[in-house]
Design a binder for this molecule. Structure first.
Ligand code: SF4
Ligand code: SF4
Length: 457
């Protein structure tokens, strides 16, 4: 059977009312644990259990593997890992809430980027958070731990603590440890200046698995952006410390007109230092960052093509938050598709259309230091506040039914992008549309194809 036929069959299995009832039941809790967790552990270990639910799950996994490709033994191996089980439960919850749709919507966010504080020891020109001093209404320790309870209860797979500078918060290690105890994958986005050997050891001890360090290029550009002399060497030392401690390390560079040529130097440095990841941030004019330093669509395309070339010729995972990066991969007829957060193995265009594109409201959401929730860190539109939720169910209800999130999930109704053949693979950056037009359904003028399509209108 062809892949589209397999997906059709998989869709039928999922949409069958009986399957839906069974799947919904597996998401209920027994002794404080989601039942599906138990079935996935058993499946991963090759146990045989006489249960309708367990057999239904096995059947759905088999149909899913046939439709989207994948190796059963490899999946079992992955499901022995708690993070993967969390992610898988979120996939099943997504199928129950939203069905099989393009692009796919997870049943609870795979990733929450949480600006823990706006306190910062630097004053970067392009800071999306206009950070410096902490806000008066930032969540205190008790409130932050309560927010964590809610997110864990909702089945969030990963949290990236950002800011400001998250390490400026005295209770950072306490909050990160608690997240880790919940089985959540913990990462941190930092300016790198506080990554001393001692701090990095503590990060490792409290289970931080990924450290993303901002770097704007060479010394000249980095210090011009960050406004502090000598900071470049401190950051490079910090990167070396995290690599030496064996924590997955990522250099992240935000490309603007001010550092365009230096971005290539940052890429070189990532290769030289041997970090595992390099993340090219798609600059969005928001916070302290103005419109005049935004790249043209042509400049962005050149950078992304260079990123793609390096991804395929070096050992560094060269990735980008720009959704058109996935479009470039598909245009190159690649077997892998770099999304915001990982490099997905593809089964042609089919899988790309399910997982690709802007993650805001699909598998990702952002939280500000005061608990305000917005679609993305670059998208200053308040949807709720975490303090409104007393448990995970409240949060899940919000995730499922929020009007704006549902509009963001609908790629067909976006102006211009909705007519593009890459709408499900990419869909444009909704934060950029919001920044330029104060309307997230408008086109993303940062993309070359959108620009050409607009000229034709
Ligand atoms: S036109 Fe829109 S959907 Fe198409 S590639 Fe560009 S940003 Fe993506
Ligand atoms: S709006 Fe979407 S594409 Fe843009 S930065 Fe946020 S998650 Fe990425």
């Amino acid at each position: 059977m062809k892949i589209d036929g397999m997906i059709g069959l998989f869709t039928k299995i999922i949409n069958n009312p009986l399957s839906k009832v069974v799947l919904k039941n597996t998401l209920s809790k027994e002794n404080g644990e989601v039942k599906l967790e138990r079935w996935l552990k058993a499946y991963a270990e090759g146990e045989e259990i006489k249960s309708i639910e367990f057999n239904a799950i096995k059947k759905i996994i088999k149909a899913g593997l046939k439709a989207f490709g994948g190796d059963e033994e490899e999946l079992k191996e992955r499901l022995r890992d708690a993070y993967w089980r969390k992610g898988f439960i979120s996939v099943i919850r997504g199928l129950v809430y939203f069905g099989v749709r393009k692009p796919f919507v997870a049943g609870s966010p795979f990733l929450v980027v949480w600006d823990l504080t706006y306190s910062c020891n630097l004053k970067c020109k392009h800071c999306y958070a206009t950070a410096g001093k902490p806000w008066r209404d930032e969540l205190n320790s008790q409130e932050a731990l309560k927010a964590l309870d809610v997110l864990a209860d909702a089945g969030v797979t990963a949290i990236a603590f950002s800011g400001g500078e998250p390490l400026m918060r005295r209770d950072f290690f306490k909050i990160a440890s608690k997240a880790n105890e919940y089985g959540i994958f913990v990462s941190i986005a930092t300016n790198g200046t506080l990554l001393t050997k001692e701090n990095v050891k503590r990060l490792k001890e409290c289970g931080v698995g990924f450290v993303q360090v901002s770097l704007d290029g060479d010394k000249e550009h980095h210090e011009m952006f960050r406004g502090v002399e000598g900071v470049f060497e401190r950051v490079v030392d910090g990167i070396k410390n995290t690599i030496n401690e064996g924590i997955m390390t990522c250099i992240s560079t935000t490309a603007t007109k001010l550092n365009y040529n230096a971005v290539f130097k940052a890429m070189d440095l990532a290769e030289e230092l041997g970090v595992e990841w390099f993340m090219l941030f798609n600059y969005i004019p928001t916070g302290r960052g103005g419109f005049e330093i935004d790249l043209s669509a042509e400049e962005r395309e050149i950078l992304l093509k260079e990123l793609w070339r390096r991804l395929n010729s070096t050992s560094v995972n060269f990735m980008s938050t720009a959704p058109y990066y996935a479009r470039i991969a598909v245009q190159q007829k690649s077997d892998v598709m770099p999304t915001h957060f990982y490099n997905a193995n593809l089964n042609g265009m089919y899988l790309a259309e399910f997982i690709g594109g802007c993650g805001a409201g699909r598998f990702y959401i952002a939280m500000k230091a005061n608990g305000d929730i917005q679609p993305c860190v670059f998208f200053p539109l308040k949807l709720a506040n975490v303090k409104e939720f007393s448990n995970g169910n409240d949060f899940l209800e919000f995730w499922k039914s929020n009007k704006i999130l549902n509009e963001l999930r609908d790629k067909d109704s976006i102006e211009v992008c909705g007519e593009c053949k890459y709408k499900y693979v990419c869909g444009g950056c909704r934060a950029r549309a919001y920044a330029y037009f104060k309307d997230y359904k408008k086109p993303d003028v940062g993309c070359l194809i959108a620009k050409r399509m607009l000229r034709r209108v």
